[in-house]
Design a protein around this ligand. Sequence first.
Ligand SMILES: NC(=O)c1ccc[n+]([C@@H]2O[C@H](COP(=O)([O-])OP(=O)(O)OC[C@H]3O[C@@H](n4cnc5c(N)ncnc54)[C@H](O)[C@@H]3O)[C@@H](O)[C@H]2O)c1
Ligand SMILES: O=C(O)C[C@H](O)C(=O)O
Length: 344
Amino acid sequence: MFARQALRSAVPKAAAPRFFSSSAANNRAVAVLGASGGIGQPLSLLLKQNPLVSDLRLYDVRLAPGVAADISHVNTPSTTTGYQADQLGEALKDVEVIVIPAGVPRKPGMTRDDLFNTNASIVRDLAKKAAEVAPKAHILVISNPVNSTVPIVAEVFKKAGVYDPKKLYGVTTLDVTRASTFLSGISGKQPSETIVPVVGGHSGVTIVPLLSQANGGDAVAKGEQYEKLVHRIQFGGDEVVKAKDGAGSATLSMAYAAAVFSDALLKALNGEKGIKECAYVESPLYKDQGATFFASPITLGKDGVEEIHSVGKVSAEEEKLLEAAIPELAKNIKKGVDWYAASP
Ligand SMILES: NC(=O)c1ccc[n+]([C@@H]2O[C@H](COP(=O)([O-])OP(=O)(O)OC[C@H]3O[C@@H](n4cnc5c(N)ncnc54)[C@H](O)[C@@H]3O)[C@@H](O)[C@H]2O)c1
Ligand SMILES: O=C(O)C[C@H](O)C(=O)O
């Protein structure tokens, strides 16, 4: 008995990861669609550690019951259940947050747009079921090309008569994460103090880092150093695709980024104030130029997107980046909307 007590008191309490709140009640049902994949598995593990999640539903066309059985042994209070194949409806019943990393990733030499033909229909079909079974859920889209898959989800929800633009987000947190990492590597400041707003979309030139607004952004001289950093942030995904050499794209950093964004949303849904993140949402900012969706800082609230913030004061260089981003983004959005209109 004594030995047992001594042992217990010697065991350190596991610290919650930095981005998880530890105080609020755990009361949210969250589903991950594509849960057996490279992103889905580590993301599900991170969500299992989030104290705001009470009911974790893992769906995939394959292997999800196994992944769920494995994760369910982690000793946090939430339940974890796996669903596969035709169990999507069950997986989504009454969930409040749906995170979608289902779909194929890139191989070297491919653009994200090259994934469109496969992933557009995967996302459409998942969204159709979500619109039917969980029409009030918040939908977080990770599947690429995000610039086009998010408008497809919007069209599905509109057709079902249940679209709420405040509850649909393209997850662009990985761009913000990369920008913070790469800039802090130059400025020498802590990554946690290096917040770089990244606006626009999620591919190549549509990714626009606003280094002029970042803490430590002045450490980067204009000219070649600035251009190299912007290029690295815009094409950070290619770095990983190349290094993985045919085995896929970013999975672990993406799982981290999605866990950060999910946590921010869950906190906001629970009434925490002042939660601000960048995300790709239906937006009035560049609507007149055809970019009906645009990533910018947003404030999250109990009902989802509470306020969309403008890009603020930008430098002449950033103005040029925006000029290149917006027509490309408008094209990607139109591609998604037109494809859905013509799809069965
Ligand atoms: N938004 C971002 O920043 C970002 C970052 C990294 C990757 N991605 C994208 O995320 C997606 C997934 O990447 P990954 O590396 O996890 O791929 P992966 O191939 O490892 O996993 C994808 C999973 O989706 C599942 N799946 C396929 N069709 C499905 C369906 N109809 N329903 C449910 N599940 C289905 C597969 O079985 C697989 O388990 C890719 O499109 C990739 O480009 C986006
Ligand atoms: O690069 C990719 O295809 C995956 C993802 O969009 C990323 O930015 O890492």
